[in-house]
Design a protein around this ligand. Sequence first.
Ligand SMILES: Cc1cc2nc3c(=O)[nH]c(=O)nc-3n(C[C@H](O)[C@H](O)[C@H](O)COP(=O)(O)O)c2cc1C
Length: 200
Amino acid sequence: MNKEEFYRLLEARRSIRRFKKDLPPKEVIDRILAAGMQAPSGKNLQNWRFFVVTGKKRDEYLAHSQKSWLSLKDVLQRRLKPSLYEFTERFFFTLGDAPVIVFCYSENNPEERYHTNVGSVYMAVENMNLACFVEGLGCCTMGAPLEIKQDVDRFLGVTEREDYKKGELELLCALVIGYPDHSPPKAPRQLDDRIHWIDS
Ligand SMILES: Cc1cc2nc3c(=O)[nH]c(=O)nc-3n(C[C@H](O)[C@H](O)[C@H](O)COP(=O)(O)O)c2cc1C
C-alpha cells in the first residue's frame, strides 16, 4: 500500500449500521482480531480481551441492545433530527442485522495507569475498524453496551473469570461487524480548535 492509499483508507472508512445477514468466514474475523492485536499497548501488556458473539447468542443479545436504547434515547432525541433518530432506534433494535459482535474488554493491570490500560484497547479497536474496511466488511464501534455493562458481563459469562472477580476486567465497547448494506455519507470532521501548536 502506498502513502496515498493509506490516507485514502483513513478517509474512506465509515461507521456502518446496516448489514447483510451473511456470516463472514471465521478466518476473516480472525484476521481482523489479529490486526487488533498488532496495536501498540502500554508496557506492551496487550491487555485487550475480545469476546466474539455470533449465531443464536447474537440474536439473544438484541434484547440487551434494546435495553441500552432506553438509557440513551432521550439524549439522542434532543441531538438527532427525527429521521436519524428513527434510524438509530432501528439500529439499536436490530444491530443493523450485523451477524458478528465483538465485545472489547480491558484487563486493567493494577501496575499500569487506568487510562493507559483503556487507551491501549481502543488502539486495537481502531486497527479492527480499518481491517474490516480492507476486508470488504463494515463495522460500527458501540459505546452503548456501557449503559448495561453488568448485564453484558453476565450475558457473556465473564463474571466467572478470575480477572473479573478481581475487578480487573472491564467492558469498553462492542464492534458490530458484517458485510455493509449501505454506504453512508462521510460524517463531517471539525478542524477548528482541535490542534494547537505550542512553541516558544
Ligand atoms: C468509542 C465510540 C463509541 C461509539 N458508540 C456508538 C454507539 O453506541 N452507537 C452508534 O451508532 N455509533 C457509535 N459510535 C460511532 C460514531 O457515532 C462514529 O464513529 C462517528 O459518528 C463518526 O462517524 P464515522 O465513524 O462514520 O466516521 C461510536 C464510536 C466510538 C469511537
